[in-house]
Design a binder for this molecule. Structure first.
Ligand SMILES: [Zn+2]
Length: 598
């Protein structure tokens, strides 16, 4: 039994999330966490909405609301979407809690004390007519990298590169069009080069990472530069140093505060659990958490933050960067065990784009289709290790041919036949070699499928589970129990159905990390009671330190089934059979394509 941290990327709260987002971080982390819990590990799965930074401020300005109001709106939307998908977060919180602010400031101070944060004078923009500081987002100009003529002072939305305002060609104020004046201003930088040695040593000890992630991360070490961690902006975590704390125009940069969310959410979870130190079992490098494992789930555009910058922060705070230091009040902290990065999902051959309407939001998807249908597609055909295209035709085909005609059909026909002929799970008589062989295939699945999920090879894992389903369907066709209705053959019919139902039960457990909603239904059809696959709930909580209340996702996940074959008990009454999955009419493909085009 290990303590396993599942650290899941923080969705940015400037709009609803689409299925590309949840295919990268959401479903894979949930499958992994569910499996690890079933296998007996103590899992802490945390995340939340990332709510600071310029894009939220800009959008709030455009909508005429405060950044907090905008973040409130999309935090709730995202919480509801992740709930709809059944993602089993121990805590899904947000970055605007007072707890998060305090943890971010603690890390900043610890890094500062150890000398890993350096002040630098850079150029900042001022309005010549008013004399006031012009935040980066209010400066526009031509991108020096791609030539786009409406790049912002912090980022070019066309090429995606981070910029500094003074790099813009022909800079102008978005407020009144005047040319800003650049004056010297002080900012803080994380001294990334001071972690190059410690990071290289650490990366050399990593095993089992996807090779592209490791190679990419090692290459980044060759050209580490100090990276700005403060910004001219009013929306964010204040800088916790004397002379800076009360400045309204300077804030900690959003990326710095967001990566610390994994730690602050763990601390918030512990404080809410009644044992405020419980987070240390997953985090303390020198105490009770020294054998804990930490897995970080994200899309590939975020690798740098998780394999280089976040480990650098943790090393610096722990006093373990290249120039040493002392751990802060939280103690020395664990670095990631593994950075699990997925590739990109595209939609009908194009990049997802909300502005160009190449998109299907999670919410809209769940209004029209079942959560497990999407979870199945993501696990079986998602962007695990290659960029992958979502097409409606392939979604409908996999739903109908694999979920409905494969797994659903096995559940339906075996339970219907047993219910009709026996009313309950029939007893098994003497087993034939074929019976034994099928039961063995299902039992071996607990080893093979489990190992594959543990190695983040979920596509192969669900493929193996579905292969077992296929074997069981073939067994039923070969054995043809429906032909054994006369009195003399009925005991054999009962044996075949007992074997088939046992394999349905085993396959249902193997599939439950992927398909938790339908696993609960199949469990009940088999006459089972209680929770098979635990689900998260949305709970309105008070901020622990006096801020406004907010919704979190949380749950009790200790109550589900374990990762093993549970022998069925003959005589257990079977529920009235009903289909577990919905067959989709092929016409939905054209309807969805028309929505995309319109
Ligand atoms: Zn550009």
């Amino acid at each position: 039994m290990s303590h396993v941290l599942a650290a899941v990327a923080w969705p940015y709260a400037n709009g609803p999330r689409h299925i590309g987002h949840v295919s990268g971080f959401g479903v894979p982390s949930d499958v992994f966490s569910r499996y690890m819990r079933m296998a007996g590990h103590d899992v802490l799965m945390v995340s939340g909405t990332d709510e600071h930074g310029t894009p939220i401020q800009v959008q709030a300005d455009a909508d005429g609301v405060t950044p907090r109001e905008l973040a409130d709106r999309y935090n709730r939307v995202i919480v509801e979407d992740l709930h709809g998908l059944g993602l089993s977060y121990d805590l899904f919180t947000r970055t605007t809690t007072r707890n998060h602010y305090a943890v971010v400031q603690e890390l900043f101070e610890g890094l500062y004390r150890n000398g890993y944060i350096v002040a630098k004078t850079t150029l900042g923009a001022k309005s010549p007519s008013t004399g006031r500081t012009l935040p980066d987002r209010y400066i526009e100009g031509t991108c020096p990298i791609c030539g786009y003529d409406s790049a912002r002072g912090d980022q070019c939305d066309n090429c995606g590169n981070q910029l500094d305002p003074e790099q813009l060609i022909n800079p102008r104020s978005k407020i009144n069009g005047e040319t800003p004046e650049f004056v010297e201003t002080e900012h803080f930088f994380l001294d990334l080069p001071a972690f190059a040695g410690a990071l290289a040593t650490w990366l050399d000890t990593r095993e089992g990472w996807r090779p592209n992630v490791l190679k990419f991360s090692r290459n980044l070490l060759d050209d580490l530069q100090p990276r700005a961690i403060t910004r001219d902006l009013e929306w964010g975590v204040p800088i916790p140093l004397d002379g800076w704390r009360d400045r309204a125009d300077k804030r900690i940069y959003v990326w710095f505060d967001a990566v610390i969310g994994y730690l602050s959410a763990s601390i918030e979870w512990a404080r809410r659990s009644g044992d405020p130190d419980a987070w240390k079992k997953w985090w303390s490098a020198d105490g009770q958490g020294k054998d804990a494992l930490g897995y970080y789930f994200m899309g590939k555009d975020n690798i740098v933050f998780h394999s280089v910058i976040w480990p650098g922060l943790l090393l610096g705070y722990s006093g373990a960067g290249d120039s040493g230091g002392e751990p802060g009040d939280l103690g020395a902290l664990n670095l990631p065990t593994e950075v699990v990065s997925s590739e990109y999902l595209t939609m009908e051959g194009r990049k997802f784009s909300s502005s160009r309407k190449v998109v299907i939001y999670v919410r809209d998807f769940l209004e029209r289709y079942d959560a497990d249908a999407l979870r199945y597609f993501i696990a079986a055909a998602g962007p695990e290790s290659n960029d992958t295209d979502f097409t409606w035709a392939e979604f409908v085909r996999r739903n109908n041919d694999e979920l409905v005609a494969g797994w659903g059909n096995l559940v339906n026909r075996s339970i219907s036949m047993a219910a009709k002929n026996f009313g309950a799970i029939p007893p098994a008589g003497e087993l034939t070699a074929e019976d034994e062989a099928l039961l063995a295939v299902a039992r071996e699945g607990f080893t093979t499928v489990g190992e594959l999920i543990g190695k983040h090879r979920q596509k192969a894992a669900i493929g193996e589970a579905m292969r077992i389903v296929g074997e069981a369907n073939k067994y039923l066709s070969d054995q043809a129990p429906w032909k054994l209705k006369d009195e003399a053959s009925k005991p054999r019919m009962g044996t075949i159905l007992h074997v088939a139902l046992q394999v349905v039960s085993d396959a249902n457990t193997l599939l439950s990390p992927f398909l938790p909603h339908s696993a609960q239904k199949v469990h009940e059809l088999l006459g089972g009671t209680g929770v098979h696959s635990p689900m998260p709930s949305i709970v309105e909580v008070d901020d622990l330190d006096g801020g406004p209340s907010y919704p979190v996702l949380t749950g009790d996940y200790t109550v589900g089934v374990s990762w093993r074959s549970v022998p069925l008990v003959a005589g257990t009454a079977l529920a009235a059979p009903k289909p577990v999955f919905r067959k989709l009419d092929p016409s939905v493909v054209d309807e969805e394509l028309a929505r995309l085009a319109g």
